[in-house]
Design a protein around this ligand. Structure first.
Ligand code: SF4
Length: 219
């Protein structure tokens, strides 16, 4: 698919997006004035966890502590109780403390704004780093999670095997003005219409442009 058609598809999705449910990370960004630290923590909590669970866990944790020093001052057990039932909550509780410690010891307690520095933090991969760069700092990046990987392949934007390959393919093809909001747009789209199993193609606003690559059953 060429860049012009991709832009038209993104614009069409953006026009419909206000009718979809707000994603957990977008809600955290809006409620915290785009605080990079809380976006980072919310993203780490969201890994392998449903959006509704992430939202509740983040709210309970941030009511107790919303800075690296605050998180580090909490007993691990308290963090575990606050973030339960996110997936791997025990491992994540220790991970949040580890990230907070690194931020305090290496970055004066502030979240670094660039991708390479973020990738040096424990447990932070390209998905999380790109999300913090885009949502927390408004800088160009493309956060590719399972929704973005699945949907951009179905649409025919890219033909890739894994999320990292998708990120590089999109960086090469997709006009930069669409990068920052792409993750939130496609996560909401993936939760509402283009679901992993049996997507709602019959009520999809971009069905006429979609290549439907790899789509079996649909509604
Ligand atoms: S037509 Fe179907 S597969 Fe294509 S984007 Fe829409 S819902 Fe997804």
């Amino acid at each position: 698919m060429d860049a012009r058609t991709m832009s038209r598809v993104v614009a069409r999705l953006q026009a419909v997006a206000p009718t979809w449910t707000t994603t957990a990370l977008a809600a955290i960004a809006a409620e915290t004035g785009q605080d990079p630290f809380r976006i980072l923590i919310g993203c780490l909590l969201s890994l392998r966890t449903r959006d509704e669970t992430t939202a509740g866990a983040s709210a309970r944790l941030f009511a107790l502590a919303d800075t690296p020093a605050g998180i580090l001052a909490l007993p691990t057990r308290t963090i575990e109780r606050a973030i339960f039932p996110v997936g791997f909550y025990r491992t994540k509780a220790r991970g949040l403390q580890s990230v907070s410690r690194h931020l305090l010891e290496r970055f004066d307690g502030a979240v670094p704004p660039d991708l390479d520095a973020l990738l040096t933090l424990p447990g932070v991969g390209r998905k999380t780093a790109n999300l913090v760069v885009t949502m927390g700092f408004g800088r160009p990046g493309i956060c590719v999670d399972t929704h973005v990987h699945r949907i951009t392949n179905r649409l025919g934007f890219v033909r890739t095997r894994d999320p990292e390959e998708t990120e590089w393919a999109l960086r090469a093809k997709l006009p930069e003005r669409h990068w920052i909001g792409l993750n939130d747009l496609l996560v909401a789209f993936g939760q509402t219409i283009c679901q992993p199993l049996s997507p709602h193609c019959s009520r999809c606003p971009v069905s006429r442009s979609c290549h439907r690559l790899g789509v079996g059953t649909s509604r």
